[in-house]
Design a protein around this ligand. Structure first.
Ligand code: DSN
Length: 410
């Protein structure tokens, strides 16, 4: 590469990814094959439209790519329809809303501090500008989704669309209960499964389409371990047609064909039996991490985990804010993010919690013992955040722990 400044930044990022423990729950490490597809000459091609119905000539090869991506993700989710063109999860949600709602319609989604996503109607998201949005949350004691509250708000507010799914929720989502409530008020139901998609397609989390959920949106780069982007699925023929129109020409222009190729390759990988073994290890690892923290009496949101996420109330456990926790972890080569906790008294910029995800380090080959050792190191630093000598020692321990990576190739 002749652009030395960009080359240097990429090399530095490679070093960071090699030497840090990556715990951001929404990140993962893609395979070399996905990277090759992403970096391919497919980036040169305009392909507005859909396979065999394009607005540009010369699309015969990208048609093959997009059709494979569609067929593979349909198989993974057992879905009748898939659109693989959205550039991100936010775009997927916007396109899905635009397909079935009019401006000013009502939506009901999970509150950000309970684990919902910005696009589920949070006030700073444009979704709350174009739609009337209300939110539901989790129970104050159990931190589980509060279905009594959802039912009450749904009946009072009468949204046209209910959104379930979360960015920071560590328990199984009961799609059946959501569908019952949606049916009671004649609302459509959308499940945003961005975080848990990999678990769903390997049968380790219920599939919303099995419960009649009308629309499923997801990103492709979290537990699904593909290139960055979004997908939209449905089993409803009429909604399917609206979704295609809403993505193009409704909300996007040319699809990113190199990204779609990366999605197709990742879906090919996800159809292999090894992918289920990987996803099982993702859950085992997050449970091992949660177990160690609980043994040491730390406070976990919902008291544990069923999936790839562990949410720790660091304020109640260690007397530090989420921001302080994120900063101190950075000093010992651990990358994670601060996260609001249910009924958080701190602002979203500071927060009382952290979110720890196991997918990325599991892709690097970590098993339960690695996550237990990681928990011990994190606990000792959180308890002594001003001890610079200890921080130096623990940083070296983390570097040694990272070297244990790559012992298993999933
Ligand atoms: N930003 C993603 C996450 O970190 O969960 C959600 O889109």
């Amino acid at each position: 590469m002749k652009d030395l400044k960009i080359l240097k930044a990429i090399k530095n990022e490679q070093k960071r990814q090699d030497e840090h423990v990556e715990l951001i729950a929404s990140e993962n490490f893609v395979s070399q094959d996905v990277l090759e597809a992403n970096g391919s000459i497919l980036t040169n091609k305009y392909a507005e439209g859909y396979p065999s119905k394009r607005y540009y000539g010369g699309c015969e090869n990208v048609d093959v790519v997009e059709q494979l991506a569609i067929d593979r993700i349909k198989k993974l989710f057992n879905a009748n329809f898939a659109n693989v063109q959205t550039h991100s999860g936010t775009q997927a949600n916007w396109s899905a809303y635009n397909a079935v709602l009019e401006s000013g319609d009502k939506i009901l989604g999970m509150a950000l501090d309970s684990g919902g996503h910005l696009t589920h109607g949070f006030h700073v998201s444009s979704t709350s500008k174009y739609f009337q949005a209300k939110s539901y949350g989790v129970d104050k004691e159990t931190h589980l989704i509060d279905f009594d509250e959802i039912r009450r708000v749904a009946h009072e507010f009468k949204p046209k669309l209910i959104i379930c799914g979360a960015s920071a929720y560590s328990r199984i989502i009961d799609f059946k209960k959501f569908k019952e409530i949606a049916n009671e008020i004649g609302a459509l139901l959308l499940a945003d499964v961005a975080h848990i998609a990999g678990l769903i397609v390997t049968g380790l989390h219920p599939n919303p389409l099995d419960f009649g959920v009308d629309i499923v949106t997801s990103t492709t780069h979290k537990t699904l371990r593909g290139s960055r982007g979004g997908i939209i699925l449905t089993n409803d023929k009429e909604i399917a047609m609206k979704i295609d129109k809403s993505v193009f020409p409704g909300t996007q222009g040319g699809p990113l064909m190199n990204q779609i190729a990366g999605k197709a390759v990742a879906f090919y990988e996800a159809l292999k039996p090894e992918f289920k073994i990987y996803q099982k290890q993702v859950i085992k690892n997050s449970k091992a991490f949660a177990k160690r923290l609980l043994e040491k009496n730390f406070l976990l949101i919902s008291g544990g985990t069923d999936n790839h996420i562990v949410l720790v109330n660091v304020k109640k456990s260690f007397g530090i804010t989420g921001q302080e926790a994120e900063d101190i972890m950075q000093k010992i080569n651990i990358t994670l993010n601060k996260n609001t906790v249910p009924f958080d008294e701190e602002s979203p910029r500071i927060t009382s919690g952290i979110r720890v995800g196991s997918p990325a380090m599991t892709s690097k080959g970590w098993i339960e013992q690695d996550f237990t050792d990681l928990a011990d190191i994190m606990i000792s630093v959180f308890k002594n955040i001003d001890d610079n000598e200890l921080i130096k020692i623990k940083k070296q321990e983390i570097i040694n722990l990272v070297k244990r990576a790559n012992r298993i190739k999933w």
